[in-house]
Design a protein around this ligand. Structure first.
Ligand SMILES: Nc1ncnc2c1ncn2[C@@H]1O[C@H](COP(=O)(O)OP(=O)(O)O)[C@@H](O)[C@H]1O
Ligand SMILES: [Mg+2]
Length: 321
């Protein structure tokens, strides 16, 4: 459904050029739900905007839904749906049903075909009965379901969802996940979505592309990603940067250590069994003249997967936003 090779985009800014997306390869099969996971600024939206013809790539080529991205942008657009990151602010009087029908008519459907399509799409996203509501009156969850419905009115084979659940409460998120899954299961829709939520990628995606600094750093099923760091994580809090570097070297030299990464304030050591490993690690640190300010032993979280892959935490990245 998608084949992209060396797709890249840079921007000229006042402070110099930014390589928002470095040359990436991407393959998506029909009927797959693929999650593009990464922190703010990773290049997710830029990737989606290129794949939807909204932004010209600086380099590379792609076939999207059977059409050449650069050579046949109109064909690409006809066959795909795109739901942008944050819904544009609606004008006061716009009604749900009206807006959906208008969108379908803009895509070339007749009035009756557009109304028929509304009858199919609205219940799919739990919008049945809300057609007469003003957009401004919708809850966050309803509004996001409306956004997705908008992207589906012209019956695309492939839909791109940019952060579909950001800002929604947990219940609305789970609800939208269910709808997206059923669209794939029932009508074979192919879905590419971006998210900075690991639980979202985990719950929804058949395959996750981990994106960081404009590059795809991992491409695997959620289970396989998690399996990479089965084991426990022993976290040594060390504020001083030089001491952290020393501690990292000590941990690397220790036996039965699988992985060592440092964050802004700690050294995280992945081992098979944290309870067994902590005492010898502490002795080795002590012998090197290092005394951590805190020690914790944890089962790995999904965030640790990201930290292991990228050397920084998804949570840290998103706190600035
Ligand atoms: N139109 C633009 N002009 C300049 N820089 C941009 C533009 N769009 C995106 N960027 C930069 O490209 C990088 C990736 O942005 P984006 O694709 O929006 O990331 P994400 O969606 O993963 O948060 C960021 O550093 C962002 O500031
Ligand atoms: Mg984005």
């Amino acid at each position: 459904m998608i084949t992209a090779r060396g797709l890249a985009r840079s921007f000229q800014t006042k402070s110099g050029p930014i390589d928002a997306v470095k040359p990436i390869d991407l393959d998506v099969r029909a009927g797959e739900i693929v999650g593009l996971l990464g922190p703010n600024g990773a290049g997710k939206t830029t990737t989606l905007r290129m794949l939807t013809t909204l932004l010209m790539p600086s380099a590379g080529s792609a076939t999207v839904a059977g059409a050449d991205l650069v050579g046949q942008p109109r064909d690409v657009r006809r066959r795909i749906g795109y739901v942008a990151q944050v819904g544009a602010a609606p004008s006061a009087g716009t009604l749900v049903g009206e807006e959906l029908v208008t969108q379908a008519r803009l895509q070339g459907l007749s009035k009756s075909a557009a109304s028929e399509r509304l009858r199919q799409v609205a219940p799919r996203l739990d919008l049945g009965g809300l057609e007469g509501r003003a957009l401004l009156e919708l809850s966050g969850g309803q509004r996001r379901r409306f956004d997705v419905a908008l992207g589906l009115m012209h019956s695309p084979q492939l839909v791109f969802l940019d952060e579909p659940t950001t800002g929604l409460d947990p219940q609305s998120r789970a609800n939208l996940w269910r709808h997206i899954k059923s669209l794939r299961d029932d009508v074979g829709l192919t879905v590419v979505l971006t998210t900075h939520y690991l639980d979202e990628a985990d719950a929804l995606a058949d395959r996750v592309l981990v994106m960081d600094h404009g590059q795809i750093v991992a491409n695997d099923t959620p289970d396989a990603l998690k399996a990479r760091i089965s084991g426990d994580v022993v976290t040594f809090g060390i504020a001083d940067g030089d001491d952290r570097a020393k501690a990292e070297a000590v941990a690397r030299a220790a036996t039965d250590v699988r992985e060592v990464v440092t964050s802004d304030s700690a050294v995280l050591v992945t081992v098979d069994d944290g309870a067994v490993a902590v005492a010898p690690l502490l002795r080795a640190l002590d012998a090197a003249g290092l005394s951590p300010t805190s020690i914790t032993v944890n089962r790995p979280t999904l965030d640790d997967v990201f930290l292991t892959l990228t050397g920084h935490s998804l949570r840290e990245g998103n706190e600035v936003a």
